[in-house]
Design a binder for this molecule. Structure first.
Ligand SMILES: *Cc1c(COP(=O)(O)O)cnc(C)c1O
Length: 253
């Protein structure tokens, strides 16, 4: 094991998370869509060597929230060689001037954080230059379920407008679902996480108003501390980092 990867046992972390996911799926309310949740392993700040380890343990979906880092990691020669079927998910705040750098990253699979019509337009336009064959770029619309100013995403009441915009005006984008980050420190002993409830309700409304099948609209919600809870409330994609790759150093801002 390289010194870079330190003491982290990625395979153990992954196996544990996958086992927890399975248990959570069985506890999920029966009226929720029976979609097996997708685990996106969030590798931000962690070296490409750990991504390769996770890939070799069977993981395929990975998430990054900085464009430069995703671009760099996805172009790592060893990773390119060993992880041919990797699927990168962009889960950070996307600025217009970073779009090209993101879209040219090899293995880019989905952008989960579309938060405005302008961004949707830009992605739609630029993807035409970067895509292979006629493949569309998968996107999710980010919803600010917690109403915190620092979080990006549209208000829940505006979800339908942005989803409709993507469906009608962005032929190069393939709408996949709704994503939220939500409050970081929610105490589950107080009851179901309101962010998760809100996102599920949002999907209900969007589907009713736009005549979409709920089974085809994903909910991306839940991280290391609450992915089990999120799945019980209907998450179809969970984004889990630190319990797989080890804790990240605190942000020094
Ligand atoms: C970092 C991050 C995650 C994963 O967080 P962990 O607590 O390490 O699981 C999930 N989603 C987003 C948007 C993130 O930025």
């Amino acid at each position: 094991m390289s010194s870079e990867s330190g003491e982290v046992d990625v395979m153990h972390g992954l196996k544990n998370v996958l086992a927890q996911i399975e248990i959570a799926v069985n506890r999920r309310s029966k009226d929720l869509p029976k979609v097996t949740p997708r685990l996106v392993a969030v590798s931000k700040i962690k070296p490409a060597s750990l991504v390769i380890q996770a890939y070799e343990a069977g993981q395929r979906d990975f998430g990054e929230n900085y464009v430069n880092e995703l671009n760099e990691k996805s172009n790592n020669p060893e990773l390119l060689e060993k992880c041919k079927d990797i699927r990168w998910h962009f889960i950070g705040h996307l600025q217009t001037n970073k779009i090209n750098s993101l879209l040219k990253s090899p293995g880019l699979y989905m952008v989960q954080t579309v938060h405005s019509e302008k961004l949707a337009d830009n992605l739609n336009k630029q993807w035409a230059k970067f895509r292979k064959e006629e493949e569309k770029l998968k996107v999710m619309v980010q919803i600010n379920t917690s109403g915190e100013e620092a979080k990006s995403g549209v208000e829940p009441s505006e979800a339908k407008i942005l989803v409709e915009y993507v469906l009608k005006n962005c032929p190069n984008l393939d709408f996949q679902g709704l994503m939220t980050i939500g409050q970081y420190d929610y105490d589950v002993s107080k009851g179901p996480n309101p962010d998760f409830i809100c996102l599920a309700k949002c999907r209900q409304e969007v589907c009713e108003k736009l005549n979409l099948d709920v089974n085809n609209v994903e909910l991306s919600m839940g991280m290391s501390t609450d992915y089990v809870h999120a799945i019980e409330l209907g998450a179809t994609t969970v984004r889990v980092g630190s319990v797989i790759f080890g804790a990240r150093p605190p942000k020094n801002k």
